[in-house]
Design a protein. Structure first.
Ligand code: SAH
Ligand code: SF4
Ligand code: F3S
Length: 483
């Protein structure tokens, strides 16, 4: 007997791109079974949270949302509430204890089972816990096997954007930075075979995708042997580069120590590769990097950065920083600011250190930087980074850039009346160096490459207009199109 339900699915996703992709795929699988999305949790018989454990705040958000659903089943007895993803793998049974109305807890390695588990939960009203082994619960092979990469066939209606798509090339992480939960929540590092990745990129291209972003926690550690040949990320990029229809290839996130010359040369030589590298430094101070167990010194990072500049002079580099990590002195903080000044990152994601249960830093180091100091350091770093981003963006004013048009800008989406044929609307796109550009144009341009003349900027955005024709006046040369 199947228990009736209204087919409405609510899903909230927090966390990184990996989670966005997972949610897209889970929603795709459920759509096939007749579910449709709603953004009103009140009207959904199926409520899913795809969760993140990287900082306490992300977990808090989900536990609060779960708290608000405590009595929800009184009016919807057939409702199923599921917690998916990293927090499911990390907290396991604890989720049922903290939120007894949750029906299913499904880890990152069991997402393929979500449709079946929802059905079972509704039918038998029994809780289910589907998770992978903890890292120490078996041999490496056993633990790896218990984390199944979830990569079903792609379908266009699943994607948030018709022109851009994520493709997972690996799961897990083996770096074990002392502050980080990801090696636990995503399991051992495992790379997918190039053939499978190429097939997926081909399917996406056939569906109209123009830009593919390859995903991995340490994407440049990718390594697979196929037909007797070793494929690293540089080889993989070459292997998928000729897929027709794809205009741009990106990849995130890079680990500094694995940023080898072959990869930089591939990005230089393969025209579809975006001139953009996200290579988090985390700190500018060797003592801190050592306590983080990042496996490189700041001299190593500088050396790597120099190689990027030499091989890819026009590439933008962005970073992540953690402020207020255990034992971070004022001097150490200054060194991080110095690194930002020196490298002039396109942007930096800055996080206040959040101790995570189960990590080495939480067990062995003291979270000794007071919250107000973390906050101040965070603000100082943000102010400096914004100043640099603004200065570097300002250098684009008066130049032309090639942009892959993504669609309506955020402000147009908010206004919500842009689908009418009322004339040009504000569009958004990105340069190959990942700078956001807004300009007026016809929404039909979405998915195409267009040249924009930059006229103004903010620290995060270039503002310009479409170059409609290029007339050469006398002998004055055309402005070069910059990347
Ligand atoms: N795999 C990527 C990033 C994964 S998590 C990498 O190695 O770069 C994304 C970012 O969250 C990290 O780069 C780090 O800056 C931040 N982060 C991870 N754990 C954290 C913690 N416990 N507290 C604060 N920030 C954290
Ligand atoms: Fe976490 Fe470090 Fe792995 Fe990145 S490399 S996911 S920060 S353990
Ligand atoms: Fe969060 Fe998991 Fe990503 S912990 S950052 S959602 S890998």
């Amino acid at each position: 007997m199947t228990v009736p339900h209204n087919g409405k699915l609510f899903i909230e996703t927090v966390g990184c791109q990996m989670n966005m992709l997972d949610s897209e795929l889970v929603v795709g699988a459920l759509r096939k079974e007749g579910y449709s999305l709603t953004d009103d949790v009140q009207e959904a018989d199926t409520v899913l949270f795809n969760t993140c454990s990287v900082r306490e705040h992300a977990e808090h958000k989900i536990y609060s949302a779960l708290g608000r659903l405590k009595y929800s089943k009184l009016s919807r007895p057939n409702q199923v509430i599921g917690v998916l993803g990293c927090m499911a793998q990390k907290d396991q049974e604890l989720i049922f204890q903290r939120a007894p109305h949750v029906d299913m807890v499904v880890g990152t390695g069991q997402l393929a089972e979500v449709p079946r588990l929802i059905g079972a939960a509704r039918e038998h009203r029994e809780r289910s816990l589907a998770i992978s082994l903890d890292r120490k619960e078996g041999t490496r092979a056993e633990v790896s096997d218990s984390f199944q990469s979830y990569d079903p066939l792609r379908e266009p209606e699943m994607r948030p954007s018709p022109y851009q798509a994520f493709v997972r090339i690996m799961i897990g992480c083996d770096k074990f930075c002392t502050y980080c939960v990801v090696p636990m929540t995503r399991g051992p590092e495992q790379s997918r075979p190039p053939k499978d990745i190429r097939r997926e990129v081909q399917i996406l291209a056939d569906q109209g995708v123009k830009e593919v972003t390859l995903l991995g926690q340490t994407v440049n550690s990718y390594k697979v042997t196929q037909d007797g040949k070793l494929y690293r990320l540089s080889d993989l990029l070459e292997y998928i580069h000729d897929v027709d229809g794809i205009l741009r290839l990106k990849f995130v996130t890079n680990f500094p120590k694995d940023m080898t010359d072959d990869l930089l040369q591939a990005v230089r030589d393969l025209p579809k590769c975006a001139q953009y590298l996200h290579v988090p430094a985390q700190s500018g101070c060797n003592d801190v990097l050592k306590r983080m167990k990042r496996g490189y010194t700041i001299e190593d990072y500088r050396e790597m950065f120099g190689r990027i500049r030499n091989t890819l002079p026009n590439a933008a580099v962005s970073s992540d920083f953690i402020v207020g990590f255990c034992g971070e002195t004022e001097e150490a903080h200054q060194k991080s600011l110095d690194l930002i000044r020196e490298c002039r990152f396109k942007n930096s994601f800055i996080f206040k250190y959040s101790p995570r249960p189960g990590t080495k830093a939480n067990d062995l180091l003291v979270d000794d930087i007071p919250e107000d100091v973390k906050k101040r350091r965070n603000n100082e770093m943000l102010t400096l980074q914004n100043q640099i981003s603004a200065e570097d963006n300002a250098a684009f004013i008066g130049r032309r850039v090639e942009v892959l048009v993504e669609g309506l800008s955020k402000s147009e989406v908010k206004r919500g009346d842009a689908s009418t044929d009322a004339g040009p609307v504000q569009l958004t796109g990105r340069t190959t160096c990942d700078r956001i550009v807004v300009f007026n144009g016809n929404p039909r341009l979405a998915g195409s490459l267009t040249t924009i003349s930059v006229e103004d900027c903010t620290p995060t955005t270039l503002i310009g207009s479409i170059v409609t024709h290029q007339v050469q006046h006398g002998s004055s040369p055309l402005l070069p199109i910059l990347v």
